[in-house]
Design a protein around this ligand. Sequence first.
Ligand code: FRU
Length: 473
Amino acid sequence: LSYVASDINYEKAKVALKEYIEKKKKDINPRYRPLYHLAPPVGWMNDPNGFSYHNGEFHLFYQYYPYDSIWGPMHWGHSSSLDLVNWKELPTALLPETEQCFSGSAISENNTMILMYTGRRNTSVEPYFNESQYLAFSTDGIDFTKYEHNPVLPGSPSGAPDFRDPKVWKYDNDFYVVIGTKTLENQGSVLLYKSKDLRNWEIVTVLDESKGDLGYMWECPDFFELNGKFVLLMSPQGMHSQGDRYKNTFQNGYIIGSFNYTTNEFVREQQFQEIDYGHDFYAATTTEANGKRYIVAWHSMWEVSHPEAVDGWVGQMTLPRELSIVNNRILMKPVETIVNLRVGVAVDGNIGLNEVREFGKAVELFIDSDLNRTVNLLLEGRDGGGNIRLRWNPEDHKVVVDRDSGDIRQVEWSPINSTTWRVFLDASSIELFCGEGEVVFSSRAYPLGGWKLTNQSPQSVHVKAFNLKTNSG
Ligand code: FRU
């Protein structure tokens, strides 16, 4: 895997950007800054990219525009972690040149980290853009050099201009990549390619595509084996809401099926299912390490308001979670190392009707209640804001997350074992894990001055809460 050093101006731009970020950090208003979720140091963040394990460390990159709190020419921000919960900020890994650096993935090979990403270029003719796949290399895991012969995968076979978000992996001695695109009939689709050297690719097959029901474009595909099944994870654009389902601007979900590397045929065994039921979860991506499959997603959504924008930054990542398949659905559990963040017990006891408990900004709650009866818990900012209600309706067995009195996400839950709710609160987010992770909601919420819990259920609930240490330095 040979490459040449980029030219000197690119190196100068990297140095200037680093100085800019350090300077702008001082202007950030900290009120909604997460204390233990990964967020951009300044500016805008969207999709997680290049989630990978390299020389004993996790790396997580992200779609990044450092110069404003809105989406702009895409860079790759970069952080690393030993345990997936304490993150170290690293220099911006990729800067746009003639191409914007759209989403992609990473692979660690012979001590080299290789990024594969979509280069999006403007063109003078309709549709005024072109997407193709690029490589960049690093031997120290910090400084990345773009491949001199980019792009390595110039265009989709159908000619569709949307052709992006490569997710690369290795199986036996071959590299594989799935890429999101759309068919000429405007249906979301995922293509599978194969390579011996990451530079020369041949198409293998259309792995799967929408048949009129799963949207016009599949962004950020991922494909992996889990508990003996294969999972196609993707973010479809253009699905219509149906009852409780598909209420966000865009969806994020998965199809479980079978696959083998001889026929390269993916056979669906289950219908598409949403992976998270909250308001703010998109572009999820996974990696494998120590025999476990981890997932992380953009803890936000397109075309929604971001109250943190006026504070100088936008977007954060969800907590990393561990995946498994039980009863033909994916369960998500917070990574075990989350316990590294606990600094002490804040509350441990029963909370009766209309009783209140106050917390700091960063807290983990275990809530036990009688599921034969209604549960109704109000979470708010101690100084206002927030306003997110967690409910359980024993009549229809639905868990309800009601934000700002009416912006509802809900889904049926049948606990396979544990009936505990585990809730992670940070300065502008909430994640609710029901039971073993059968049902998870990730939403943003904006409390002022720490969190406050009021039990408005006709029963008392048991709450054990841990204060979480911050990794903000
Ligand atoms: C998904 C997405 C990707 C694209 C990136 C651009 O949120 O639209 O398809 O690569 O964001 O920032």
